[in-house]
Design a protein around this ligand. Structure first.
Ligand code: CIZ
Length: 434
């Protein structure tokens, strides 16, 4: 099976040459090198992509910008980059560890020492205490988490600083602080007769370190898509209600699975007074959902599942819990990337799987398990476009800089933020099913 990048190149070439194409992609611009977007953005004076772009926000001024990749890496052929990356990696040996996220493109994943989800990768880096550099081929919040969990001597490097996560950017620290202030005014701070505080903040792993620290400071906790249920149970033991950010879908799907009625899950829109709610609905709430979403997972719909069931009777539909509730309800099961991978690995008979998650991961599973038929529910090729900015050119550059004794694109989380973020992460690790 060809890589997602190769498929996108083909679609855009056919489209240009014949006006039609075999297949479609959500963004033909992905066929260009990421540096072309950087340039377009600079010329337009606003982000055409990147932190803030997909939520129609203006990127905050401190948003990291890439843009300094030397021309030699932009001009290098795929073959030349391959030779240079392998040579630099061999020279660095154990001094550097390369982490590749499940959603990363194949052209980069082939050089990774570890492949996994964000939390597995941060933990994998811990098994390499001698590595001076941790090169995270994922997105910004993942590199931040790795920095929080790694030793101060280790440098975490994000090969392209423009690789943000649009969902993470939908909840910025100021808006969450403002929301918290308004909620505290309504609920007060006093615990009820059972000792439960009025509200507990829960942040998804896909959030800035600043928000993880906010949770650490305010009696809150972090969750991943693997443990969101256990974490919500932890929070309900200690609080009357939860403020869940940034992903409304993971929050809704998880709370629903715990029996929380939809009427008790108001949505908080940070652009509106009281998040767009009246005071009574907030008082009656059990989970207040932040108005955030993943641009890839929100593309999945029930029509795609119905079509898969018609085309492939007996198909096993597995979707990620970042998908909308109707999609999760219509699927056979829902779970994290780790859950999806394990479900496929556990199938002993040849099975047809329709998967609702990012296309790079789905295609990789299809290649790894040829005994099964595995396809993505979304027929349009639409990768995680921010993750996609880690082109091999950036990887070659950061590695060769390391060989030359220079660290570029280091992600450093402020010490106070680290301490509080760690508290929220440690609470997550200690949370157990009840
Ligand atoms: O935590 C991760 O890496 C993501 C983005 C999702 C998942 O389910 O693993």
């Amino acid at each position: 099976m060809s890589s997602v990048n190769t498929a996108i190149q083909l679609i855009t070439r056919e489209q240009a040459e014949q006006g039609t194409a075999n297949g479609s992609t959500c963004s033909p611009a992905l066929a260009k090198g990421p540096w072309d977007y950087d340039l377009a953005e600079a010329l337009a004076g606003k982000p055409a992509y990147g932190p803030g772009a997909s939520s129609a926000d203006v990127a905050p001024p401190e948003t990291p910008r890439q843009g300094q990749l030397p021309d030699e890496y932009k001009r290098a052929s795929d073959e030349e980059l391959d030779v240079r990356i392998r040579a630099a990696k061999a020279t660095l040996g154990d001094r550097a560890v390369i982490l590749g996220h499940f959603y990363q493109r194949d052209e980069v994943v082939q050089y990774a020492d570890f492949l996994g989800d964000s939390f597995q990768l941060a933990n994998a880096a811990l098994t390499k205490p001698d590595a001076e550099a941790i090169i995270f081929c994922g997105v910004h919040f993942m590199a931040e988490t790795a920095d929080v969990l790694s030793t101060p001597e280790q440098a975490v490097i994000l090969p392209n600083l423009a690789a943000g996560c649009s969902m993470a950017d939908m909840a910025d620290e100021d808006s969450v602080e403002e929301c918290w202030e308004q909620l505290t005014e309504i609920f007060g701070k006093d615990p009820d007769d059972d000792g439960r505080v009025p509200i507990i903040p829960v942040t998804y792993m896909n959030s800035s370190a600043a928000l993880k620290a906010f949770c650490g400071r305010n009696g809150g906790i972090v969750c991943t898509s693997s443990n969101a249920k256990v974490v919500l149970e932890w929070a309900f033991e200690r609080g009357q209600r939860v403020l869940f950010f940034p992903d409304q879908h993971l929050g809704r799907n998880t709370a629903k699975s715990l029996g929380v009625p939809l009427e008790q899950m108001p949505m908080w829109n940070p652009r509106k007074e009281l998040g767009g709610n009246d005071e009574q609905s907030l008082l009656d709430s059990r989970v207040i959902l932040w108005h955030g979403f993943c641009s890839v997972h929100k593309r999945f719909n029930v029509g795609q599942i119905e079509k898969a069931r018609l085309d492939f009777p007996g198909v096993n539909v597995i979707v990620h819990p970042e998908c909308p509730m109707e999609v999760v309800d219509a699927a056979d099961s829902a779970g994290s990337t780790d859950f999806i991978q394990k479900a496929i690995a556990a199938a002993t008979e040849p099975t047809t799987f329709a998967i609702g998650t990012e296309i790079n991961m789905v295609n990789r599973l299809a290649a790894e398990y040829p005994q099964h038929t595995i396809f993505c529910l979304d027929p349009v090729i639409c990768p995680c476009s921010t993750m996609y900015r880690i082109h091999p050119g950036y990887l070659a550059w950061v590695l060769e800089e390391l060989v030359a004794g220079r660290i570029v694109n280091r992600i450093t989380v402020d010490a106070a933020v680290q301490d509080n973020a760690k508290i929220a992460l440690e609470r997550m690790l200690a949370a157990r099913p009840i």
